[in-house]
Write a protein that binds this ligand. Sequence first.
Ligand SMILES: NC(=O)c1ccc[n+]([C@@H]2O[C@H](COP(=O)([O-])OP(=O)(O)OC[C@H]3O[C@@H](n4cnc5c(N)ncnc54)[C@H](O)[C@@H]3O)[C@@H](O)[C@H]2O)c1
Length: 238
Amino acid sequence: MRDKVIVVSGGAGGIGGEVSARLVSEGARVMIADLNVSRIAENGIVCDITNPEQCEAAAEATVKKFGQIDGMVNCAGVSKPHDSISLPPADWARMVDIQLNGAFYFAQACAKRMMETGGAIVFISSTNAEAAFPRRAAYCCAKAGVAMLTKVLAIEWAEKGIRVNAVGPAYVATEMTQRNIAAGNVNEAQIKARIPLGRLAQPADVADAVSFLLSEKASFITGHSLYVDGGWLAYGYF
Ligand SMILES: NC(=O)c1ccc[n+]([C@@H]2O[C@H](COP(=O)([O-])OP(=O)(O)OC[C@H]3O[C@@H](n4cnc5c(N)ncnc54)[C@H](O)[C@@H]3O)[C@@H](O)[C@H]2O)c1
């Protein structure tokens, strides 16, 4: 990862923060793009990934600062469970806008700067790309979209030397999960009982997978969704 320039959206968040710190510790030069100004460090830019112009500006600012882009990790996201029967259309649209449209706009902006040099893209998806949860219709559909986006961009940009993969965690011990536990959307004991390895994922587990997929060790892996889920998706018993 030494001297690689990696842009991380949502880098002020739980997963994005851990991913950014890990990449820096491995020698990368990291640019964080996030809505949350207060948590953005020195190499950060305010960016709403649902706004294509702001994605362009973030990618351009990265090239201006570091001269190139070698990789991108899309960690920006929100979770807002709601009964489907009464879900306001605006909430549906906003969720899809952040989780799917934003992922595309951000990847497109960064990939434009990798067309000559190649690079690697990792989307943070979710086990919800595969497993349906109630009260999360927009979230699950958007994450399933990210899994397909991963495949389409991978085959389209392969000739440019750009690999595109996704990491899909089950519940990760971050503020997002804490908020869902506090709001009564998630029962922590039930979740742990449902995961064969018996614990929530740590942000470091996700960072391990992201770092691997960005690295040369994954040079023949593209279009793949790697689930970091403690066995959640494999489990089909009671
Ligand atoms: N935490 C989990 O259990 C879990 C599980 C599976 C997948 N994920 C996914 O991982 C990603 C990161 O989740 P997290 O747990 O780190 O959440 P988090 O709330 O800790 O961080 C999310 C970050 O994204 C930023 N963000 C939100 N909307 C944005 C936008 N429009 N533009 C730019 N930045 C924006 C926030 O400011 C925040 O810094 C999300 O896509 C989430 O769906 C999380």
